[in-house]
Ligand binder design. Sequence first.
Ligand code: TEU
Ligand code: CA
Length: 559
Amino acid sequence: MNMEKQWWKSSVVYQIYPRSFCDSNGDGIGDLEGIRSKLWYLKELGVDVIWLSPVYQSPNDDMGYDISDYRAIMKEFGTMEDYDRMLAEAHSMGIRVMMDLVVNHTSDEHAWFVESRRSRDNGFRDFYIWRDGRDGGAPNNWGSCFGGSAWKYDEASGQYYLHLFSEKQPDLNWENEKVREQVFDMMTWWCDKGIDGFRMDVISLISKVPELPDGPEGESGYGDFGPYCANGPRVHEYLQEMNRRVLSKYDLITVGECSGVTVEEAKKYASASGKELNMVFQFEHMDLDGGETCKWNHKKVPLTELKQVMSKWQRELAGKAWNSLYWSNHDQPRSVSRLGNDSPAYREASAKMLATCLHMMQGTPYIFQGEELGMTNYPFTSLEDFRDIESIHAYQEFTEKGIFTPEEMFDYISYKGRDNARTPMQWNDGHQAGFTEGTPWIAVNPNYREINAREQMGRPDSVFHYYQKLIALRKQYEIIVYGDYELLLPDSRELYVYLRTLGDQKLLVLCSFVEHETCCRLPEALQGKKGKLLTGNGCRLEAEEAKLAAYGCAAVLYE
Ligand code: TEU
Ligand code: CA
């Protein structure tokens, strides 16, 4: 297959959630100096790129995803000098830095919005999406992602503004070319500083169908904005303009977070022709345990469906676009707790298996902080344990409407809530897991005594060393980066088996998703051949079959 080689295709990205990574000054909040002090750790792990969740000035209604100044650093995180020092040091170690770009919306405390809401004839009015009400209520039936209406009434001017997320996150009006100009200028400013890329927050939502029609009504009583916002009419035009004016002038890695993206749309966003972005984050595999009540349930992801979705993306984008690969990020529960098994007996095995399954696919893998240690969900016991606006609002809304009992809803936010990913990084078994000398803004998972970086770095068979190996293999074997992908045993409910092919080489990947031993017949063409075990755990290869322990896995190369 004709596929152009690019550095970002053979890279592994590590996502840092700065608030929870490392606190350098004891105020309980992670910061830039903390990140700088841990670059050696990331170097040791072997990642090529770090992506920082937002570090810009923000009132933190949505933990930094509500930005009030794109050219300033959040006070709790440090200063611009701290940023520059961290960037320079990362570069000197050969680590590139990707910034989070949040431009579907700003904070309501951003100077543009402060102006915009002053009056109907303010010069910035049209930077946001203002509408008159309808029949004494909101302009349409859309609900926001964080509960309630997507419209907020503004007394002073008698109009409503649109906010697809919280009411402190008004949506920018991308139709206005001055907005685009301001965004592109700001991006250029960061690129000139020497950053290496952007992760673009909900970039698939920036273009709305101008009439803003009512959406199909869900359980909550509000309409779904998805059909009129996701992959909207001008989104590709805007991204091509962004590419022409900014991205194409630098050597960057770009990934668009695209809720509601289909493979057809992804081929446009991440086309091999390079007119828009390098790749997208798709959500189909993350939505497999969703349902009528959004993500709030206890459903397990069915393995056959997971294989089908992953394989569809592998197959359909091959040679046409490029995949990103992820099981976790700051919005998702911990992958071991969700897709693996976080009981002490199987935690490490299932973490290694999930890592193998993902990292041997075609695409750029993303590791979320702590995933390389097999960090787990948090054992929530009270509503006070939660910090995330999404969980807190959802709890209120679903219990007030009587959709779930308080006990049920508590269970669901505990299992699926975003705070599971946001508990502090577990560095060692000392005070607050070595995250802070003070009191952390969100509680440390009590399992830090067993699960922490120091212990794992000193133990050769740890999850940490397993990730280190996987990352090194990607640098060593082109077949991992560029090989074709073929799903085997699509109907197995226990095993995820696939085959990569590059020229005469074949790479067989075997992963067990179950708690008991299993057996897998090797594909005929490979039977009796001598394969080289690149990596694995709990897998014994015989002439015609492989025997897998609970959550066992292996990647075997045949040359
Ligand atoms: O998330 C966008 C997004 O699609 C979320 O609505 C996601 O579905 C949800 O968090 C899952 O429960 C991005 C950021 O990653 C997230 O942290 C922000 O809250 C959101 O945008 C608004 O900026
Ligand atoms: Ca701090």
